[in-house]
Structure formats: structure tokens, C-alpha cells
Ligand binder design. Structure first.
Ligand SMILES: CC(C)(COP(=O)(O)OP(=O)(O)OC[C@H]1O[C@@H](n2cnc3c(N)ncnc32)[C@H](O)[C@@H]1OP(=O)(O)O)[C@@H](O)C(=O)NCCC(=O)NCCS
Length: 171
């Protein structure tokens, strides 16, 4: 699957907003439920601030024609520790075609090569089978389970911690 990552911008907000009602997005991500008024803009503002101060970034995932397929994010980037956490969402209509796997591979390269990070993490709900498949295919290694992790208001759940190091790329 050929995808590209482009810095997330205003023009991607309708595509982002269109994913917020999806049951898997509500169930498996930290995005708030119900969606507060004006949330997509607030979300982007936060990532634009992170882009400026180096603590986070967001990218739209597009196909060759520029069609919006989803988004990937890096957050909690710590310059001293050279670590960060990654996340990904694919629009329901674009799922099951390898979009998340391809996009996570690209974001992982960005973390290592553009940002010089040495450890990238994913937190995946134990029930999120599709996301675990994606993590493994993109070269991540499961390290263990964090019990009863706080996800968002009303949701605590066991989560698997997966990581990728630059040396995992040659495996
Ligand atoms: C998780 C998510 C990003 C996967 O996106 P995607 O583009 O469909 O992922 P891919 O196509 O690269 O790979 C998914 C794989 O998991 C498989 N899969 C999906 N649901 C599955 C299930 N319940 N059991 C087993 N395999 C499953 C798919 O069939 C596919 O494998 P295949 O290529 O052999 O068919 C997407 O479902 C999503 O956006 N979910 C909501 C947000 C989310 O959970 N984000 C991750 C938070 S950690």
C-alpha cells in the first residue's frame, strides 16, 4: 500500500472529524467521548504547538491522489531521553488494506531519522487486535502489559506496551 504522510493541516480537519464517531476510535483511543464542541480545531492547535516546541506532531495519511485515509501522531516526545509515543487512526472505509502498517512504518522512520529518537512506544488496549497486528508488522516488539491504564474519563483498561528501537529495523 503506497501512502504518504503530510503535515496535518486545516484541510484535513473534515476527514479527522469524520472518524470521531467510529466505535473503534471511541473505544480504543484517548480521543474524548462525547466529542466536545470545536474539538478537531483544539486537537490541531495542540499538535501545531507541539510541532513548534518539538514535543509532538501530527500527519495526515494520504494516498497517491491526495485522498485522506487517516492520521498518525507522535506525542510525549522527550528531547533528552530521545523517546516518544506514537498513535494512528485509519478512516473506516480505508481499513484492512495495510494503510496503518504502511503509515506506522513511515512515522517510525521519521521518529528515528528526522527526530533522532532512540525509543518509540505504542500503548495498545489488550482488546485491539487490529492494532497489535499493525504493531508487529511494523517491527514493534511487545514488552508487557500495563494494568488498568487510565485512557480517558470513564475508561481504564489493560494495555500492552510495544516498542521499536533503531536496531529493530534490521530484523
Ligand atoms: C487499528 C487500525 C489503525 C488498523 O488500521 P488498518 O489500516 O485497517 O490496518 P492494516 O490494514 O494495516 O492491518 C490490520 C490487520 O489487522 C487485521 N484485523 C483487523 N481486525 C482484526 C481482528 N479483530 N482480529 C484479527 N485480525 C484483525 C486486518 O485483517 C489486517 O490484517 P490483514 O492485512 O492480514 O487482513 C484501525 O482499525 C483503526 O483506526 N482503529 C481505531 C483507532 C485505533 O484503534 N488506533 C490504534 C490505537 S493503539
Amino acid at each position: 500500500m503506497d501512502v504518504r504522510l503530510v503535515p496535518f493541516g486545516e484541510r484535513h480537519l473534515p476527514g479527522f472529524e469524520g472518524m470521531l464517531d467510529d466505535p473503534d476510535v471511541k473505544r480504543f483511543t484517548r480521543l474524548p467521548v462525547p466529542t466536545p464542541p470545536g474539538f478537531p480545531r483544539t486537537w490541531l492547535d495542540r499538535y501545531e504547538q507541539g510541532r513548534r516546541d518539538g514535543t509532538s506532531d501530527a500527519f495526515a495519511v494520504e494516498d497517491e491522489a491526495g485522498e485522506f485515509l487517516g492520521c498518525v501522531m507522535a506525542f510525549g516526545i522527550e528531547a533528552d531521553a530521545r523517546t516518544g509515543e506514537l498513535g494512528y487512526l485509519v478512516a473506516p472505509a480505508a481499513r484492512g488494506r495495510g494503510v496503518a502498517t504502511a503509515a506506522l512504518r513511515l512515522l517510525t522512520e521519521w521518529g528515528f531519522d528526522e527526530r533522532g529518537l532512540l525509543r518509540l512506544e505504542l500503548m495498545i488496549s489488550v482488546g485491539n487486535v487490529a492494532s497489535k497486528v499493525v504493531a508487529e508488522r511494523a517491527g514493534y516488539v511487545k514488552e508487557g502489559v500495563l494494568r488498568s491504564l487510565y485512557v480517558k474519563e470513564g475508561l481504564r483498561e489493560d494495555h500492552e506496551l510495544w516498542s521499536c528501537l533503531p536496531s529493530d529495523r534490521s530484523r
